[in-house]
Design a protein around this ligand. Structure first.
Ligand SMILES: Cc1cc2nc3c(=O)[nH]c(=O)nc-3n(C[C@H](O)[C@H](O)[C@H](O)COP(=O)(O)OP(=O)(O)OC[C@H]3O[C@@H](n4cnc5c(N)ncnc54)[C@H](O)[C@@H]3O)c2cc1C
Length: 317
């Protein structure tokens, strides 16, 4: 690890690696600091990534790291604790174990944390049979008995959505709101069963999810359970620079929090960009990679403007 880089990228998932690849190809010195906990780690495969459909998540990242390293990007394992603006120019980045490095620009791609409903046993099945994203997992559980756990007003929409993949969908009202008359009619018309009462646990046999237990003691057999996770941006590094997360609403519900940026990923702090799930909560892997590329282009453009300004000043003497 050198003392100073053109760009330090905090987070080495799809967004960070895509940024590192583009900046390496732009002949910038780049360091990626990564804590090694990508959001989709519990999933067995990445779907809807054109050209690499159904690749294991770790394999896709290994390929990406190799591609970026081929253009000179450097990598260190570690978790960034904070970053600060230097009095003259650039930033100092500090890792949790006390290492420091300086950068002319920062690209923060730290992703988000999925906060799951607090049902006992649910977190252990996350990414296997406890699911949130029909485009990530729908095809793999097609035609199976699917449950949808209501914890907010989006649950009816989720149930109607997952009906595209299975004609055996049950909506568990759990702690969600009572559906409206219109929603009950929609659910009935699409053949979605509705079960009242709180879900208190998950049934597991031979390391497979087999159903949910209700407070009444009734067990309803299911093979997949859809939940609404709360998407919380991993924003500590950006917050240490003075940025604040804001709530994101969808369909009348707050689905999480993110750090706002402009379309190129520029934050309100000059010199600091963000890309991927930390700023776009619903972005999938290919979208996170695309936003990392977009930010990398903007960072390189910004450095070019600065270098040109300094060159003109030097030429004028
Ligand atoms: C179970 C599950 C399955 C999914 N399946 C799919 C799918 O099939 N297809 C699809 O397109 N999308 C899928 N997704 C969504 C996908 O995970 C995200 O779109 C993608 O991971 C976003 O990429 P990212 O680079 O923004 O963040 P991440 O991939 O989460 O990468 C962020 C990286 O930053 C690191 N980091 C965080 N904080 C710090 C810090 N302070 N210092 C250093 N490093 C840090 C993390 O450890 C991590 O390595 C799935 C999500 C889940 C939860």
């Amino acid at each position: 690890m050198q003392q100073r880089y053109d760009v330090v990228i905090v987070g080495g998932g799809a967004a960070g690696l895509s940024g590192a690849l583009a900046l390496g190809r732009a002949r910038r010195s780049v360091l990626v600091i990564d804590a090694g906990e990508p959001r989709n780690a519990p999933a067995s495969h990445v779907h809807n990534y054109l050209g690499r459909e159904s690749t294991p998540p770790g394999e896709l990242l290994t390929i990406g790291r190799g591609e970026a390293a081929g253009y000179g990007a450097e990598f260190v394992e570690g978790r960034v604790a904070s970053a600060e603006k230097l009095p003259e120019q650039g930033f100092r980045v500090v890792t949790e174990d006390g290492r420091t490095v300086e950068a002319r620009r920062l690209l923060v791609t730290t992703g988000l944390v999925d906060e799951l409903p607090p049902v006992p046993g649910l977190a252990a099945r996350w990414g296997r049979e406890v699911l949130h994203c029909p485009y990530c997992h729908g095809h793999e559980v097609a035609d199976r008995p699917i449950g949808v756990l209501a914890t907010g007003p989006l649950a009816v929409h989720q149930a109607l959505m997952w009906r595209q993949w299975s004609d055996d969908v049950t909506l568990f009202l759990h702690t969600g709101p009572e559906p409206t008359e219109e929603e009950y009619e929609q659910l009935a018309a699409r053949g979605v069963a509705v079960v009242d009462g709180e879900v208190t646990g998950l049934e597991v046999a031979d390391d497979r999810f087999t159903g949910v237990t209700l407070a009444s003691g009734r067990v309803v057999p299911r093979e997949a359970l859809v939940v609404q996770a709360r998407f919380v941006a991993r924003s500590a590094v950006l917050e240490s620079l003075g940025l604040k997360p804001v709530a994101q609403e969808m369909g009348g519900a707050v689905i999480g929090s993110y750090i706002p940026t402009d379309p190129t990923g520029a934050t309100e702090v000059p010199g600091v960009w963000a890309a991927g799930n930390v700023t776009r909560l619903t972005e999938q892997v290919i979208g996170a990679a695309a936003s990392g590329l977009m930010a990398a282009g903007a960072v390189n453009g910004d450095l070019t403007v600065e270098e040109t300004r300094l060159a003109v000043a030097a030429r004028r003497g």
